[in-house]
Design a protein. Structure first.
Length: 271
């Protein structure tokens, strides 16, 4: 889907829950921040190909625009990238706080002179475990940003910590939204895990933590369920009464589950 020139074109996204294809938002030179106030597409949960943003003036964050975008599958890529943010002069943070899965492809974020909160994102939690292939250059220098995660300066529980290049730090999208988690390949399974403030929860085939709950994404219509590996697959709402992770549901309903699917499906994602 190609949205360009006029901010009113974004209305094409109303009532969309899945974009079968790519989403390109670009070349809006006369827009200001006020044009994006009140614009939100909370129904959008998944893009099957890639998301690209290029020279959209006045857009300061994707936080309100796509508050529930959870999955970019990358079945087709923009060159080798599933997420591209290029020359967005007023973007201050990425803000895709529900995004937990980029199933194929990598990330390119380049020449965004006001863009901060890049140092607090662990893209490895979202991307296929194929090494660091992200290309993030020419943005606002980290030392000029006030990149603070929730819970560090107040009584809130802090965000999850991960290590990048030997540096352990908290992970968040903005000063208000922690990074939830992501996916990793392990043996015959591609498993996802989520941070919910109550702890870090892993799929049953991840890190040998047998006994955890799992959810296998079905091949017909993205039908999901979860249960113990021994008990088969049953619909459920939570894992051990504690997990509160919002993930894609075939009817657009918010649910709480972990996700695993065979690694043989990773190249294109579940279909």
């Amino acid at each position: 889907m190609d949205i360009r020139n006029d901010v009113s074109q974004l209305r094409k996204l109303e009532n969309c829950s899945i974009i079968e294809g790519n989403l390109q938002i670009l070349l809006m030179f006369t827009t200001g921040a006020e044009d994006f106030r009140g614009l939100s597409f909370p129904r959008l949960l998944m893009i099957t190909e890639y998301l690209l943003l290029f020279r959209v003036y006045g857009l300061e964050s994707l936080r309100d625009l796509f508050p529930n975008l959870s999955v970019i599958r990358g079945t087709n890529l923009f060159f080798s990238y599933a997420l591209v943010i290029f020359e967005m002069p007023h973007l201050r943070d990425v803000g895709l706080h529900s995004l937990g899965h980029i199933l194929r492809g990598s990330v390119r974020i380049e020449r965004n002179q006001e863009l901060c909160h890049l140092s607090t994102i662990d893209w490895g939690l979202l991307l296929p475990d194929t090494g660091d292939s992200t290309y993030i250059v020419g943005n606002k220098p980290a030392e000029e940003c006030a990149d603070v995660c929730p819970g560090i300066l107040d009584v809130e529980k802090p965000c999850v910590q991960t290590s990048i290049n030997g540096q352990l730090d908290y992970r968040c999208w903005t000063s208000s939204y922690c990074q939830k988690g992501g996916c990793r390949w392990h043996g015959a399974w591609w498993c996802c895990f989520f941070w919910d403030g109550a702890g870090l929860h892993f799929g049953a085939n991840w890190e040998g933590t047998g006994g955890g709950w799992w959810s296998q994404l079905g091949m017909a219509g993205l039908v999901s369920g979860c249960g113990s590996p021994a008990a088969g697959s049953v619909l459920c709402r939570q894992h051990g009464g504690v997990t509160r992770s919002v993930l894609y549901h075939p009817r657009g309903e918010a649910s709480s589950w972990l996700l695993c699917f065979p690694s043989s499906e990773v190249n294109t994602g579940p279909s």
